[in-house]
Write a protein that binds this ligand. Structure first.
Ligand code: SF4
Ligand code: SF4
Length: 472
């Protein structure tokens, strides 16, 4: 029985409801009148239900599809402007007791190099990331109660926040670790994490159990209800996502939005971010054996429909996607991307010896951060290293209400410009610095309030004079 307010996984992600939604979307894929009504509702920027969004995703009328893309682009502009927030993943350990068949860290993979960073190594990796210019990390670790217990994760977070190299500092640590207990979520909250990220991989229970044959992650219910426990533990910014390619994308899309509706219905706040990874090649993993892969056009449509359905939720794509694909979807609604990423344990400091690999997946976009920053600016985007909100206590429903009222816009652009200025001063190549300086000058007049413009101008001078970490 479908019930978004239920705390039972099988009720808030009801299989029957997903199937009925897909039937409904299929039956209405050429229903111009209904699609128009849904688009009119979407223009109010208050979001759509999973059923409505599923109809847009299935829409087979070319002109209406153009309207969907145009609306996604407009919503992205209205809420996120032309800013793109940058982050990097940091792999702490690839020891894992689970058996996820799409991940090279699965327990039965005996030829992958297993590594776990010591605290000294964490500090070295962090210094290397700071030297690139990163301020925001997402830490990743396999599930292994012996090698990677919660205390190890907490210690790493402490090391990350306390490692300051030259002018560098990591100001926000997002955490992507296995589903855990309320008590552990409380500990993560107390450690000052930003977002807790956990991908569902697939919402299709039967497939989920087949794809996770062993280990604690086999338990669909425990995994699917993790965000409720995280919120109970005080973490109010959570990031959800699926791994596209494992199951039928329409199924995942509807269920992902049902999960967002559930969080909103129960906790009064939807997910902070949605990630849209696609399965990639890796040691021991051939993506071609999964028959549900999606092409770039379908991927773009998914991104556009998510943007229209949940306008206030940030959307993330990683370096799993190529430069060309990232270019294609950025304007449709993506608000955060990773850059200069290494997906191996210890990969920022030391390249892996020949024949040894601890990567979780092949990085498709291998460009260094400076190139990514330059590329974004050449396309008219403002690369942002902002981490202001959670540091100012703007999280959860407080953050969402600022988003919904549009007030957050008064913070995002000034913060983007000030953090970009820091990047240009400390890390940019001469060419990137030249492009960036012009971009900042051109963007200052777009800050709506005169008072804020003045403050930003003053802080830009302060940054040139060596001061750091300004935020509003
Ligand atoms: S996806 Fe995560 S839990 Fe699964 S094998 Fe890989 S590291 Fe372990
Ligand atoms: S001000 Fe808040 S919402 Fe805007 S970019 Fe910074 S952290 Fe994100």
């Amino acid at each position: 029985m479908y019930n978004p307010k239920s705390l039972k996984a099988e009720e808030f992600i009801s299989h029957e409801e997903v199937l009925e939604t897909l039937e409904y979307a299929k039956a209405n894929c050429r229903n111009a009148e209904l699609i128009d009504r849904i688009l009119e509702k979407a223009k109010l920027r208050k979001g759509l239900s999973h059923r409505e969004a599923a109809v847009l995703l299935d829409c087979q009328i070319p002109e209406k599809n153009q309207e969907i893309y145009a609306l996604a682009e407009q919503i992205k502009k209205d809420f996120y402007g032309n800013r793109i927030v940058l982050f990097a993943p940091l792999y702490l350990s690839n020891y894992c007791v689970n058996g996820c068949v799409y991940c090279p860290y699965h327990q039965k993979n005996k030829h992958i190099a297993r590594k776990k960073l010591t605290q000294e190594e964490v500090a070295r990796e962090v210094a290397a990331l700071e030297d690139m210019g990163h301020k925001r990390l997402a830490i990743e670790a396999g599930e292994d109660p012996v090698n990677n217990p919660i205390d190890y994760i907490l210690e790493c977070i402490k090391t990350i926040y306390s490692t300051k190299h030259n002018n560098g500092s990591i100001r926000r640590v997002n955490v992507n670790i296995a589903a855990t207990t309320v008590e552990n979520y409380r500990k993560l909250k107390a450690a000052g994490i930003g977002t807790y990220i956990l991908f569902q991989e697939t919402y299709h229970k039967e497939s989920y159990e087949r794809l996770h044959p062993i280990g604690p992650k086999h338990n669909y219910t425990y995994h699917t209800e993790a965000m409720d426990r995280a919120m109970e533990g005080g973490i109010d910014d959570v990031g959800i996502g699926v791994l596209f390619g494992l199951e039928l994308y329409r199924y995942e899309f509807a269920a992902l939005l049902m999960h967002a509706e559930h969080l909103e219905a129960v906790h009064g706040v939807g997910p902070h971010t949605i990630s849209v990874p696609r399965i990639r090649r890796a040691d021991d993993i051939d993506p071609d054996v999964f028959d549900n892969g999606i092409d770039d056009d379908t991927f773009a449509k998914i991104v556009a429909c998510i943007r229209v359905a949940v306008p206030y939720t940030g959307m993330i794509i990683s370096t799993r996607e190529s430069k060309a694909c990232r270019e294609k979807v950025l304007h449709l609604g993506v608000s955060q991307i990773s850059g200069g990423s290494h997906t191996s344990v210890g990969g920022y400091c030391e390249p892996e010896p020949a024949g040894e690999s601890s990567e979780q997946f092949d990085v498709s976009d291998k460009r260094p951060l400076d190139e990514v920053v330059n590329w974004l600016m050449q396309m008219g985007y403002i690369p942002s290293f902002c981490t202001a909100c959670y540091r100012a206590g703007r999280t959860g429903d407080r953050f969402m209400s600022l988003c919904k009222s549009g007030q957050i816009q008064n913070c995002c652009l000034p913060n983007a410009l000030m953090t970009l200025k820091e990047y240009l001063q400390d890390y940019a190549s001469p060419d990137t610095r030249t492009v960036g300086k012009k971009l900042i000058e051109a963007q200052i007049p777009n800050i709506p309030s005169e008072k804020m413009r003045e403050l930003v101008r003053q802080n830009l001078v302060n940054i040139e004079n060596g001061q750091r970490d300004f935020r509003v």
